[in-house]
Design a protein around this ligand. Structure first.
Ligand code: SF4
Ligand code: MG
Length: 327
């Protein structure tokens, strides 16, 4: 049984906007899955849906099996327990997520007291251990958020996420606000913790280079769907879906400063989830679209060993001479 098995997940906001459309994902303990895409592609919505953290009125269908238990149908009391001990989220922007008027030690201890039913002494001890795990001295528990640097605050966020020993950690743009050196340190820390504690990790970012560097597998989302997935290095180096290729070209190769100055951006914006284009939702921006792409909505199909992509060109000879008629 997988740690996480997401089946046909669809999220529709009360406005009617389809933010996530029929997503399947699987993750085992110790695995790191990167979820990539521009802002507005549905990746944060998907992450929030996994823990039912979306506003009332949002319709979520499909299955989210965490250790075999469907989060979408469980009772609220159970959901609350699962949010800390089953899976937890590291949000972007630690300054906004931490409470400015409470010492960080108290903030880390709170879920331990609440969900682990620990004694105050027990929670304090665990808090010190967590701070040390994320590379901060236990004595920093007495500090207020403003007394810490951006990188230190993000370490605190990670300590909080680990407070109740979750099996799965979802990190939403965990390093976006940090400079490159600190970003690398935080990524190494996350990798270390995942390996030491055999966690499952879903890391969300618009930066494919960061994800490819950290994760085992990548799923690239566009307009609420996964349009490409496969081993991280392969998707990054040799994407099959035109959108994934453009995303990959938009970020510098790690360790290749020259490429930093030649990003190939993608023209246009992602579509409005309330008014998706017909056919392949990427067709208005796709540099290699066929006429039929305005009508044909491609599904994910095999694109090599352990790889899938949703594009009508996948599996066709490069010269386009052969006709593929699969649907
Ligand atoms: Fe481009 Fe057509 Fe492939 Fe969509 S299906 S990505 S429009 S070539
Ligand atoms: Mg987001």
């Amino acid at each position: 049984m997988s740690l996480l098995d997401v089946r046909d997940l669809t999220v529709t906001y009360a406005s009617g906007a389809a933010a996530v459309r029929g997503v399947d994902l699987r993750l085992d303990a110790g695995q790191k899955l990167g979820l990539a895409g521009e802002s507005g592609c549905g990746k944060s919505t998907l992450a929030l849906a996994l823990l039912r953290l979306l506003p009332t009125g949002t319709r979520i269908t499909g299955e989210v099996l965490l250790d075999g238990e469907d989060v979408l149908t469980m009772k609220w009391g159970r959901v609350r327990a699962v949010r800390w001990a089953g899976a937890s989220v590291v949000f972007q922007g630690a300054m906004h997520s931490l409470n400015a008027v409470h010492r960080i030690g108290d903030q880390i201890a709170e879920p331990i007291l609440l969900h682990r039913k620990a004694t105050p002494a027990g929670a304090k001890k665990k808090t010190g251990e967590l701070l040390e795990q994320v590379g901060l001295p236990a004595a920093r528990a007495d500090a207020y958020p403003h007394e810490l640097s951006g990188g230190q605050r993000q370490r605190v966020m990670i300590a909080m996420a680990l407070a109740c020993d979750p099996r799965l950690v979802i990190a939403d743009e965990p390093t976006t606000a940090l400079d490159v050196m600190i970003q690398a340190q935080i990524l190494r820390l996350i990798e270390q913790l995942v390996a030491d504690q055999d966690l499952g990790l879903i890391m969300i970012s618009h930066d494919l280079a960061v994800l490819a560097d950290t994760c085992d597998r990548l799923a690239v989302m566009y307009a609420g769907r996964v349009v490409e997935e496969g081993p991280a290095d392969e998707v990054y180096e040799d994407a099959r879906h035109p959108y994934a290729r453009a995303l990959s070209a938009a970020f510098p190769r790690i360790g290749d400063p020259a490429s930093r100055f030649a990003p190939q951006g993608l023209a246009g914006d992602p579509p409005d989830p309330a008014a998706l284009p017909s056919g392949c939702t990427f067709h208005p921006r796709c540099p290699v679209a066929l006429e039929s792409c305005a009508e044909e909505d491609p599904v994910l199909r095999e694109a090599g060993p352990e790889r899938r992509a949703a594009c009508v060109l996948v599996g066709r000879p490069a010269d386009g001479a052969g006709e593929a008629h699969e649907k």
